[in-house]
Design a protein around this ligand. Structure first.
Ligand SMILES: Cc1ncc(COP(=O)(O)O)c(C=O)c1O
Length: 490
């Protein structure tokens, strides 16, 4: 069974065995991980720390996963020396761009050379490659398409639907242009209406908060006689890293019989989600961010059969950028009528080595274990959040911390001693630049501007991505540098 489809967590490892680990013989990364687990005032701090964040539904499961990871020899040897990153910098903006593992680069190079040597073409729907990766995402090959990136997947999804004038799409005010652009095209072209829900920020939310916000907005629109047709949202949002909870939002989708479109730019390679079990109509993710495939690669999941997770009929959808078109009606049962993902993947001649390299990176993630990678990334983020709270206070966090369902490996916060400085876009940009230029580790993070409820000016927060090539030491150094810089900029 694929790790992504695991629903149960094996028994907790023996903590005595963990403490007996010979830490002099394990990697520095693993020692740092153990240190993160013990962070704070000893055992009293361990509980909440371990409970914070994770995609599983119970704190005990998150705690179990972290302790299992600490004891997992294969994980720690598997992640050593995977990447070829410039050691003069510390790359903490995976939310914008990942980095291909060495093995993937080698495969890409070999396949490029083979293609050139044989004057190869790319007239293919890449069924063999899609078949290889689809199980890792909990779907069939007919439901996993290769797109050019997240934005391309959002265009495929949104511009292929049979919109009618007056259809309402409910979304958030924290969406990315990758989804908003095709949404606005649909507005101007087909006369759809867009209803934006203002997003709360910080640690005071639970998954139920977002479920209620969507449900209440949809009920209010319906009461006004509006025809709500779809929900579109980002999980997580790129602005605050809030993991809008897909399972809870899918409940709203099903209650109101809506089309569901998820901007999941950051999901592949970060979260070990099973998309068949989640049941959204579309999930557009990047191949080039957390999944560490080549640029110009994306994964678009398209629901193409009826499962218990989403019994709603499949929405009418037309491919818009394709060399493969079937006029057949889509299925009303659990068996697909045709390979709809082929119609996204196949459009003229594609650059096959790019997708071979993406599949190679996916295979590496499967080998390491997607759930382990998720656990590692979220533990780093949880540790970073704890340290931010310690220095800057809980109110500085835009990302949630305490509801595991809302956590991602993107951490967003206000670094300024004078809190109002976060509204100064110039100062925020300077913080990013100075953090890279004035500290020996060359920290690369980004900032992002967004609306905050009750405020007229946007906030330009710092956003930090934590992934496989980081360890607790990187977080410690980053927090020290950011604290120092915030002092200088006060
Ligand atoms: C939420 C979100 N959606 C879409 C995108 C666009 O991603 P891509 O470059 O894969 O199109 C990004 C990029 O950062 C993002 O964060």
């Amino acid at each position: 069974m694929q790790e992504a489809q695991m629903s149960t967590v094996p028994a907790l490892p023996d903590t005595a065995a963990l403490s007996a680990l010979d830490t002099t013989r394990v990697s520095a990364k693993r020692r740092d991980f153990l240190r993160m687990l013990g962070y704070g005032a000893g055992a009293a701090a361990l509980g909440p720390m371990l409970m914070a964040c994770g995609s599983s539904n119970s704190a005990t499961a998150a705690e179990t996963l972290r302790l299992q990871l600490a004891a997992d020899e294969n994980f720690w040897t598997g992640v050593q020396n995977l990447f070829t990153l410039n050691p003069a910098k510390t790359f903490m903006n995976i939310g914008t761009a990942g980095s291909m593992p060495k093995l993937t680069l080698d495969l890409f190079d070999t396949e490029n050379r083979k293609k050139a040597a044989e004057s190869g073409n790319g007239y293919s729907n890449l069924l063999d490659l899609r078949t290889a990766v689809a199980p890792s995402f909990g779907v069939g090959a007919d439901e996993l398409a290769f797109s050019a990136n997240t934005s391309s997947g959002m265009c495929h999804a949104l511009l292929g639907l049979d919109w009618k004038a007056g259809d309402v799409v409910v979304t958030t005010n924290h969406e990315h242009g990758g989804g908003l652009t095709p949404l606005n095209i649909a507005k101007d072209r087909y006369g759809i209406e867009i209803s934006y829900i203002p997003m709360p920020v910080g640690n005071n939310q639970t998954a139920a908060t977002y479920q209620n916000l969507f449900d209440e907005r949809i009920r209010a629109l319906k009461a006004q006689g509006k025809r709500v047709r779809a929900m579109m949202w980002s999980s997580p949002t790129y602005k605050t890293g809030t993991m809008l909870p897909i399972a809870e939002l899918m409940q709203v989708v099903k209650t109101h019989e809506l089309i569901s479109i998820v901007d999941g730019a950051h999901l592949p390679g970060m979260m070990a989600y099973d998309y068949g079990a989640l049941g959204m109509d579309f999930m557009s993710g990047a191949g080039h961010k957390w999944q560490c495939g080549p640029g110009s690669t994306g994964i678009l999941i398209i629901r193409n059969k009826i499962r218990a997770s989403n019994p709603l009929p499949l929405p009418k959808w037309f491919p818009v950028h394709t060399s493969s078109y079937s006029t057949r009606e889509r299925t009303t049962t659990g068996t697909e009528t045709f390979d709809i993902a082929a119609s996204v993947t196949a459009c003229g001649s594609v650059h096959t080595p790019m997708f071979q390299a993406l599949v190679n990176a996916c295979a590496k993630w499967d080998e390491i274990g997607r759930k382990k990678i998720e656990t590692y990334d979220l533990t780093l983020s949880a540790y970073l959040k704890e340290k931010i709270v310690e220095r800057w206070g809980i109110d500085s966090l835009y990302s949630p911390k305490d509801d595991p369902k809302l956590c991602s490996a993107l951490t967003s916060f206000n670094p300024f001693r004078n809190k109002a400085d976060v509204k100064d876009t110039t100062k925020s940009g300077q913080f990013v630049t100075r953090l890279q230029n004035e500290y020996p580790q060359g920290f690369i993070i980004r900032n992002s501007g967004f609306e905050v409820i009750g405020e007229t000016a946007q906030h330009y927060a710092m956003r930090v991505s934590t992934h496989l090539w980081h360890d607790a030491n990187d977080i410690d150094l980053l927090v020290d540098a950011m604290w120092d810089l915030s002092g200088k900029m006060a």
